[in-house]
Design a protein around this ligand. Structure first.
Ligand code: A2P
Length: 272
């Protein structure tokens, strides 16, 4: 027997459920995104999340829930993450390089999916920080534009640099020829509403305050949110999620689920 046959190819996955890092982008000292190979068997609905992670020194996997930021039709999987300097996973994950391997459990789940909402005319995506990740998937999903006349993505971050991932994504979605073809020009329905809370920018304030005061409606030329026309998906910190639930319920929207679709759905932005 030729000895060479027993020599492992360094590129061959060796971890359980291993996927190979394709590219990494560092947006700020707190935020990065990365793309990994997609398991051939993985099917998911845009907006869902999976467990990903790394092996610990003791050989056991350390996994966290991450929304898939890429759409269901993409060959690769994209993730958007915070860097927590003493965080068990992200303190190490932030150092991954192309060619490295991560663990990815191919069992997608989540409530930020079209199936959990009843039909409507206008769809709101409310996000803070890395909570934009599931919407990065959904604004690249053709069904989003087939099902709605208008799609509004709001993203609130502390400062302008933290908006950059979303800003570039929206710019790409609106200008990319393939996205235009894939959605039959549906991307023109997408409205982007970025706000900052701790650095000067054209629109300042928490989205919750801007909704309560009605400023967001005046800015967008919309009468308001009503259960007859509006649907919403929310992804951010626990505080944001709770505050928005109260606001949306105040407008008469009810929380939906996969098994019981209604007018809005919520999911916590996981890591961080
Ligand atoms: P703020 O600066 O007023 O706390 P973080 O980086 O801490 O995850 O926060 C991301 C963004 O979410 C920040 O702009 C923050 O505003 C905002 N935010 C935090 N909690 C809430 C909340 N309960 N409602 C609305 N926005 C919130």
């Amino acid at each position: 027997m030729n000895d060479m046959t027993s020599v492992a190819n360094p590129k061959t996955p060796t971890l359980p459920d291993a996927q190979t890092v394709q590219s990494v982008t560092h947006w700020t000292d707190r935020l990065f995104s990365f793309r990994v190979s997609r398991p051939a068997s993985l099917r998911f609905r845009s907006g869902e999340f999976v467990m990903i992670g790394l092996l610990k020194d003791d050989g056991k996997p350390l996994l966290r829930a991450y929304s898939i930021a890429s759409p269901a039709w993409d060959d690769e999987l994209e993730f958007y993450s915070i860097k927590v300097q003493d965080g068990p996973l992200t303190s190490r994950l932030q150092h991954i390089q192309p060619g490295d391997q991560i663990i990815l459990r191919p069992k997608p789940v989540g409530t930020l999916v079209h199936d959990a909402l009843l039909p409507g005319n206008r769809l709101w995506f409310f996000s803070t920080g890395t909570g934009i990740a599931p919407f990065a998937s959904l604004i690249r999903e053709p069904q989003t534009y087939e099902d709605y006349d208008q799609v509004i993505l709001t993203h609130t971050c502390r400062d302008v640099a933290e908006l950059e991932y979303g800003r570039q994504l929206v710019e790409h979605v609106k200008s990319d020829e393939m996205m235009r073809e894939l959605t039959e020009g549906g991307v023109d329905k997408l409205v982007y509403y970025p706000t900052t809370t701790r650095e000067e920018s054209p629109k300042m304030g928490r989205i919750t305050d801007l909704l309560r005061s009605g400023e967001v409606f005046r800015d967008l030329g919309i009468d308001g949110i009503t259960p007859g026309t509006d649907r919403a998906m929310v992804c951010g910190s626990l505080g944001l999620n709770n505050d928005l639930k109260e606001i949306l319920e105040g407008f008469g929207l009810r929380e939906g689920a996969n098994s019981d679709p209604a007018e809005y759905v919520v999911e916590k932005a996981f890591v961080g």
